[in-house]
Design a protein around this ligand. Structure first.
Ligand SMILES: NC(=O)C1=CN([C@@H]2O[C@H](COP(=O)(O)OP(=O)(O)OC[C@H]3O[C@@H](n4cnc5c(N)ncnc54)[C@H](O)[C@@H]3O)[C@@H](O)[C@H]2O)C=CC1
Ligand SMILES: C[C@H](O)[C@@H]1OC(=O)[C@H](O)[C@@H]1O
Length: 254
């Protein structure tokens, strides 16, 4: 018996990085997995191949999470293919690093639309489906350590991560009566495409590594276990929680 046997798990932004690791991790734990992706068909196909190699069914649906209709379409197509939705992992996100004083309006708006509103609509669409099904479910938002601390070049980004963290707290209250659990994971610095350019700066990368008690930056796969746990019935009494997955970076003051 695997942790996610019989469950259908949806993951947004899953053609790369943490989303892909979560999707493949869920499949290895026994779930059928439906992924949303934005643009790269080859990467999405590779993710589905990994899901199928784990012996599970996979389906990729293209769409921009910033558009509310993407969420309803994603959930409807998942139900059409696999009959139900048990878990939504709202992961899609962008972080175009930029200084505060000259931040372009469009960069702020797009970051809020993708990260926060995209997460809101995805979770809302999944929750409506779960309520209609009548047997509970789990929402998991990929927030960030940046929900709790700031970043000089992330003034448009950190509020979206704090917003997702807060969204899971409020939905935990709104959806508890339906046995829908709502939690967030708070990754620290994880080596993915989102920060490839930022961490190409050797000095910055060394500085970030030096802040981490476990002595290394994270890998996308480091998030798979915590996400599978929160998706599973092992976490049946966990809701409204936020799980730091940061190698200890947050607590490392001195
Ligand atoms: N890498 C890190 O250090 C950390 C990442 N995170 C969060 O993890 C999540 C995943 O990011 P990573 O895996 O690190 O980077 P990534 O760049 O590999 O993944 C982001 C994914 O979101 C997708 N995406 C972007 N805009 C989209 C849109 N409009 N519609 C649908 N999909 C879209 C991208 O295509 C990509 O697959 C993001 O929400 C990010 O904020 C949180 C904390 C730390
Ligand atoms: C993209 C950044 O490197 C990454 O995003 C986060 O949410 C982390 O706090 C890091 O700053």
């Amino acid at each position: 018996m695997k942790l996610l046997d019989g469950k259908t798990v949806l993951v947004t932004g899953a053609s790369t990085g943490i989303g892909r690791a979560a999707a493949v991790g869920a499949a290895k734990a026994g779930a059928d997995v439906v992924i949303n992706y934005h643009s790269r068909d080859d990467d999405a196909a590779a993710c589905i191949a990994e899901i199928e190699a784990a012996g599970q069914r996979g389906l990729a649906i293209k769409g921009d999470v910033a558009a509310p209709e993407t969420a309803t379409e994603f959930v409807a197509k998942a139900v059409e293919a696999f009959g139900k939705v048990d878990v939504m992992v709202s992961n899609a996100g962008i972080c175009p690093f930029h200084s505060f004083l000259d931040m372009p309006v469009e960069t702020v708006q797009r970051t809020m639309q993708v990260n926060l509103l995209g997460g809101y609509f995805m979770c809302q669409a999944a929750a409506n489906q779960m309520v209609a099904q009548g047997h509970g479910g789990a929402l998991i938002a990929v927030s960030s350590i940046s929900a709790l601390v700031g970043g000089e070049y992330q003034t448009h980004y950190t509020p979206t991560k704090a917003g997702l963290h807060s969204l899971m707290q409020s939905t935990a209250i709104a959806l508890g009566k339906y046995n829908i659990r709502c939690n967030s994971v708070l990754p620290g610095t994880i080596l993915t495409e989102i920060n490839k350019d930022d961490l190409a700066d050797e000095a910055k990368r060394k500085y970030m590594e030096g802040r981490i008690p476990l002595g290394r930056l994270g890998q996308a796969e480091d998030l798979a276990g915590p996400i599978v746990f929160l998706a599973s019935d092992m976490a049946a009494y966990v809701t409204g929680a936020a799980l730091l997955v940061d190698g200890g970076a947050f607590v490392n003051l001195q």
